[in-house]
Design a protein. Structure first.
Length: 348
């Protein structure tokens, strides 16, 4: 059922239907009631993207996506693919969607580029992975007219958010480990510090699950700048008798180091997937990991922005589900099947 068909049934104009759906004050209450009752009866849902800015005489709207490049290439690539699908959906409408990428280890660069974009462009919408939340919140207070959605990190409970539940992913692999092991198994846990996005939450969720399930022989070792200090792993007390080792960062480097040092008996429990970890899972060096749905996050963040451009003022806080990755389902992960199923998700 379209707005035009609803208008025809009620004997009013399509513009009147549109005003009723937007809660326009300049429409008679009885007319508005008739429109809303019919819409509810026929299950009408407004197609925000197809209706947005259909008038070609209006100024083109500008949306910017400020993403970050991390050590895991799937992080950026997945979001880019999701945003690209959304870009194709809105092709032909008066909307320009530009992507700007900065390095995860250079958060100040993101602030500089954000300020430059806002100063020299008439920005209507913004998708951003906010590395420095407090500073970005201050900057955006000067631009209240910009419709904003944050990706993977929240700023506050007023700005819509689409992201991952990293803590839950940590609990998932922790729970699987407790099912695989027994009370005698020693577990080494590598704490490599915060990576500005996920590591802290992964680790906390993992440890919470182990502790709640009563695992006792857990050795947590803090190794800052892990990729450059792999030798510290060999110094961990009792590592020779351990059966499992957990890490959410530099997984492939840790696996290579363990193999070179004759510690191949250690089975790796991890969070996150990249090209190297896929091979390690196939070789059964990694027992289990999780994969976050960055593709869907990029797509949905764009969809929320376009919805807001069309007048929606609702707040959305949505975390995508992670997938558990074993050797048995790694072929599905390689196929990147999110592209085939993303249209089944609807949070609008």
């Amino acid at each position: 059922m379209t707005q035009k068909e609803i208008a025809s049934i009620l004997g009013i104009s399509r513009a009147t239907v549109a005003r009723a759906l937007k809660d326009d004050e300049n429409i008679k209450p009885e007319t508005k009631k008739r429109v809303l009752e019919l819409c509810e009866e026929v299950g009408y849902k407004k197609n925000y993207i197809s209706s947005i800015l259909a008038n070609k005489n209006q100024r083109r709207k500008k949306v910017y996506a400020l993403l970050v490049r991390s050590k895991n290439e799937n992080y950026l690539n997945g979001m880019l693919e999701g945003i690209e699908v959304l870009r194709e959906e809105v092709a032909g409408y008066n909307v320009d969607l530009e992507v700007v990428v900065t390095d995860i280890d250079k958060p100040k660069d993101q602030i500089v580029k954000l300020k430059t974009i806002l100063k020299y462009n008439e920005v209507d919408g913004l998708i951003i992975i906010p590395l420095l939340q407090d500073e970005i919140e201050v900057v955006m207070k000067e631009y209240p007219e910009v419709h904003m959605v944050t990706l993977d990190k929240k700023i506050n409970n007023e700005i819509s958010f689409i992201g991952s539940d990293y803590r839950s992913s940590g609990r998932i692999v922790g729970g699987i480990l407790t099912k695989l092991s027994d009370d005698k198994d020693k577990v080494i846990v590598l704490d490599s510090g915060e990576d500005k996005i996920s590591s802290k939450d992964y680790l906390e969720g993992f440890l919470e699950q182990l502790e709640s399930n009563g695992m006792r022989d857990i050795r947590v070792s803090q190794i800052k700048n892990l990729s450059n200090n792999l030798d510290e792993i060999e110094k961990i007390q009792g590592i020779g008798e351990a059966r499992y080792i957990y890490t959410s960062r530099h997984v492939s480097k840790v696996a290579e180091f363990l193999k070179d040092r004759g510690l191949g008996q250690l089975k790796i429990i991890a969070n996150g997937i990249d090209v190297d970890t896929i091979g390690l899972i196939k070789d059964e060096r990694i027992v289990v990991s999780t994969k976050e749905n960055y593709f869907l996050q990029g797509y949905l963040a764009g969809k929320v922005v376009f919805k807001k451009l069309n007048g929606d003022k609702g707040y959305i806080d949505y975390k995508t589900k992670s997938e558990i990755v074993f050797k048995e389902n790694i072929s599905q992960i390689e196929a990147n099947h999110e592209k085939d199923i993303f249209k089944n998700f609807n949070i609008m």
